[in-house]
Design a protein around this ligand. Structure first.
Ligand SMILES: [Zn+2]
Length: 440
């Protein structure tokens, strides 16, 4: 009896159970969206109801791994921030948040994390005290009961620093194949969770090319949850897909020009106006569509069709502008539809013919065909990388793509520009092989 009393006393003092507050419930009370977001202020569940399911999966008791394959502009930064913030406040533990590069991790800390901490009192009360400790840095925040480490997939040292219970890996399709010589950065980070029986791993990304997409491969192994919304006509619940969108200019005989942009219900074939989207999404729910390889692994896929921040007409414009260019079409498929790009799906591109052409071609990547007179370099500056294309130009504006480089890193830092200088300063040599003479 005495032992029972003693245990109860210890339990009440030291084994206080973690409050079962879902991330979405916590966010409705505390999560402030920054002034730079589309809708600053307190996060609202009803604004994008699908976000709740993405946030709360981590709170499901048996779940150990969450894979989120999503388009851009569906609020995935908000989801990651909400999960981190709720854990710091309610269930403090060692947390790691991994970005494609260490520079992006620093940028996240300065531009996203610090403002969030300042805006949320329950967090700032905890973190400020820790920041007085000399151990707190831009990439490491200490708080009562845990710490938050921000790491880069290109930095094996930052991935191997400690044991962690909560791991979030953002934009994993932009991670390098190997962190230095240490191997797959996602696996390296996951290894850090091995010592915690109650660890959680959250993988998030916009997908890239099918077959080479980490998030797509991971999602395929999960229970593949989709957000089903009811048709306003027949009530049938369905996952919205791009192929059922109708819009002016679409190459189809069935289009009704009086309706503008609309969706065709997969059950009753009735047109659904975009004005119904908000009501449909409010009544939506995440439903698993597969059996996961591991029952502790859940996965989510969503696209912009259900986003309150994107309208269907803009998506139609984007599609029409990109459909004839495989590189641009890939951006649309990845960023708008949240799907991996299957290169053989583009109607405008016959890959067999291209392959045949490449076999017969007289020039190889990085080498200059003999008809080239001048080279140009075009640089597309993205938030986390530079995309560099080297083009060769001949008479009559004939052009050849000579080379393409992706330089990962923060454009506000010097490193990517130093690497760009190396790319541009590189010697590109002529190939002397011609269609008449196989001589180099
Ligand atoms: Zn219907």
């Amino acid at each position: 009896m005495e032992a029972d009393k003693l245990f109860s006393s210890i339990k009440s003092k030291f084994l206080k159970p973690v409050e079962k507050i879902l991330v979405s419930d916590w966010s409705e009370k505390h999560l402030q969206l920054p002034q730079t977001s589309a809708e600053p202020g307190l996060w609202r569940r009803d604004r994008a109801p699908y976000q709740s399911g993405l946030m709360d999966a981590v709170c499901e008791g048996s779940v150990r791994k969450v894979s989120i394959m999503t388009s851009a502009q569906t609020g995935k930064s908000t989801i990651c921030n909400a999960i981190i913030a709720r854990y710091i406040d309610i269930d403090p533990c060692p947390i790691m948040f991994t970005q494609p590069t260490i520079q992006l991790a620093q940028r996240f800390s300065k531009e996203k994390l610090s403002p969030m901490i300042s805006d949320i009192k329950v967090l700032s009360d905890k973190i400020i005290q820790a920041e007085r400790n000399a151990a707190s840095t831009i990439l490491m925040k200490l708080f009562k009961g845990g710490l938050l480490s921000m790491s880069g997939a290109n930095s094996p040292a930052s991935l191997a620093s400690m044991s962690i219970r909560l791991l979030l890996c953002d934009e994993i399709d932009k991670y390098p194949p190997s962190a230095g010589n240490e191997g797959d950065p996602v696996e390296l980070a996951i290894q850090r969770t091995a010592t915690f029986w109650n660890s959680k791993v959250i993988l998030v990304s916009t997908p890239s090319i099918k077959g080479a997409s980490r998030i797509s491969d991971s999602y395929e192994k999960s229970d593949k949850r989709l957000f089903f919304v009811p048709c306003p006509h027949c009530g049938h619940k369905q996952h919205l897909i791009w192929e059922r969108i109708q819009y002016p200019g679409k190459d189809t005989e069935d289009f009704n020009p009086d309706l503008g942009v609309y969706y065709i219900c997969e059950s009753c074939d009735q047109p659904i106006a975009e004005s119904s989207k908000s009501i449909m999404v409010q009544a939506g729910e995440w439903i698993p569509t597969a059996t996961a390889e591991n029952p502790n692994h859940v996965g989510f896929h969503c696209n912009r069709l259900i986003s309150p921040w994107v309208n269907w007409l803009d998506m139609a414009y984007d599609y029409e502008a990109s459909k004839d260019d495989p590189l641009q079409l890939q951006v649309f498929v990845n960023s708008s539809l949240g799907l991996p790009f299957e290169r053989n799906l583009g109607d405008s591109l016959d890959w067999e013919k291209l392959h045949e052409r490449s076999l017969n071609s007289s020039y190889q990547r990085g080498q200059i065909p003999q008809d080239v007179l001048v080279l140009t370099a075009g640089v597309d500056v993205q938030g986390d990388r530079l995309e560099v294309s080297i083009w060769g130009w001949g008479r009559g504006e004939q052009s050849w793509l000579i080379d393409h480089h992706q330089i990962l890193g923060d454009p506000l830092e010097n490193e990517v520009w130093r690497q760009l200088t190396d790319v541009i300063a590189k010697d590109y040599k002529f190939s002397f092989r011609t269609s008449k003479c196989n001589m180099y």
